[in-house]
Design a protein around this ligand. Structure first.
Ligand code: SF4
Length: 437
């Protein structure tokens, strides 16, 4: 690895010290309608400016220049040309964006909040624990049997957190040295949410995570790929009993009354003070989760590092406070939404028919048509099929494609309120329903 890049990424704290040298085959590239698709799993969603420049460069060199921001705080390079796979993977590994061990790319699904380690009001800086957990996950070869979607959340109590995106195992800090945890869901905010199962000292979180993941592998049938599948068949007590047998300390079932402080997703926009005096974080929404190489390169000029978020947005980190306003102006000029009320702050669209053969419509193009017509509040999700790849969380309005340019409209209910409508009809329907409300 280039020495200056090595020191830059290590100094930023989320990149493990030891990595394999360039090693084609470490990461998967899957076929899509628009060419190969390479998911880059980011440690805590983070990219240094140097890494972002190289990702932009490699997306141009071996792909279509098109880069997706995902709802797991990762990036995807699209349109990878046949024969360019090894070069792509070698370049990503060289800048510290590959897995630590062969075969462990998919087990790196550890989510932390976008301002982990930076939010002065958080309960705990979870980034050192996240590094330890990631290292443990990648060095345990048995965990490679987990589904690529199997995910762990480590929540430090930051004011910005995705709290309606279900995780297989979640841990939430309740004090400087203690976490509560749960399975198949999210940290609970309200009494009707599933409460935590138990609490654990911070030092024992890796052991509990390992016990729970191995318990899942011991007990799940081949068809059961997520923790909720196992919960639905054998129930929570059987899982906890099995995990307990793998631990040399008692799981403390003492946390059921705990509720998390609510998070406001609008905090992903605007300027936020950081723990370090004189620096701020600045958030903006990537329209429809789609970047091009030039935009990513331009973002790299605005901050020494950035984090992608589960809202398919970006937080620029460590921006000197005096540069906050010029940075926001630059983000606007780049076409990013910088305020929660802008249409592209509220529109989500999956890949659509340009890149996915399952899609009934070009959802991204349709969302661009909807944007200037969208005068209502609330988020709108355009999905090319029922798999709902772009939004794992609940969204106010879902437009489910049924034919090119035609959608069924759902308002958080199993049955649609309107069928086979055009984008223009959907806009009218939304305007009318808001007026009626
Ligand atoms: S939601 Fe369906 S159409 Fe959209 S990207 Fe996923 S699989 Fe493809």
């Amino acid at each position: 690895m280039n020495a200056s890049l090595e020191s830059l990424t290590a100094e930023r704290g989320l990149i493990p010290a030891s990595r394999p040298s360039a090693c084609p085959g470490l990461m998967r590239i899957v076929p899509a309608r628009d060419g190969g698709l390479c998911r880059i799993r980011l440690y805590g969603g983070e990219l240094s400016a140097a890494q972002a420049r190289e990702v932009a460069e490699v997306a141009r060199a071996v792909g279509s220049s098109c880069i997706d921001a995902t709802n797991r705080s990762n990036l995807q390079i699209r349109g990878v040309r046949p024969g360019a796979e090894d070069e792509l993977i070698s370049r990503l590994v060289r800048i510290g964006l590959g897995p630590a061990t062969p075969g462990s790319d998919d087990v790196r699904n550890l989510m932390i909040n976008p301002l982990a380690g930076l939010d002065p009001d958080a309960t705990l800086d979870v980034t050192p624990l996240a590094r330890r957990l990631l290292d443990q996950l990648q060095r345990d070869a048995r965990l490679q049997a987990l589904s690529p979607k199997f995910a762990i959340m480590l929540d430090g109590g930051e004011r910005l957190a995705m709290l309606d995106h279900p995780h297989d195992v979640w841990f939430s800090a309740v004090s400087a040295d203690r976490f509560v945890f749960g399975l198949g869901g999210c940290p609970p905010v309200f009494d009707e949410h599933m409460p935590p199962l138990a609490s654990v000292e911070q030092a024992r979180v890796p052991a509990v995570a390992s016990a729970l993941l191995h318990t899942f592998l011991d007990l799940a049938s081949p068809e059961q790929t997520r923790m909720r599948d196992l919960l639905n068949t054998i129930g929570i007590e059987a899982i906890i009993d099995h995990a307990q047998r793998k631990l040399d300390f008692a799981i403390e079932r003492n946390a059921s009354a705990w509720r998390r402080t609510p998070s406001d997703a609008r905090r992903r926009f605007g300027v936020h003070r950081q723990r370090t005096e004189g620096t701020v974080s600045i958030g903006a929404q990537v329209p429809l989760g789609r970047l091009d190489a030039n935009t990513l390169q331009a973002l790299a000029e605005l901050a020494p590092r950035m984090r992608m978020t589960p809202w398919q947005s970006v937080m620029l980190l460590d921006v000197p406070i005096e540069k906050a306003q010029p940075t926001i102006a630059r983000l606007k000029a780049l076409g990013l939404a910088t305020a929660a009320n802008e249409p592209f702050a509220r529109l989500i669209a999956c890949t659509g028919s340009q890149g996915c053969a399952k899609s009934f419509s070009d959802t991204k193009a349709d969302a661009r048509r909807l944007a200037p017509l969208l005068h209502t509040k609330g988020d709108v999700h355009l999905s090319g099929c029922a798999r709902s790849c772009a939004a794992a969380h609940r969204v106010d309005t879902t437009l489910l494609a049924v034919a090119p340019g035609r959608y069924d409209l759902y308002l958080q209910a199993p049955e649609p309120v309107a069928r086979h409508i055009t984008i223009e009809e959907a806009a009218l329907w939304l305007a009318r329903s808001t007026t009626d409300a």
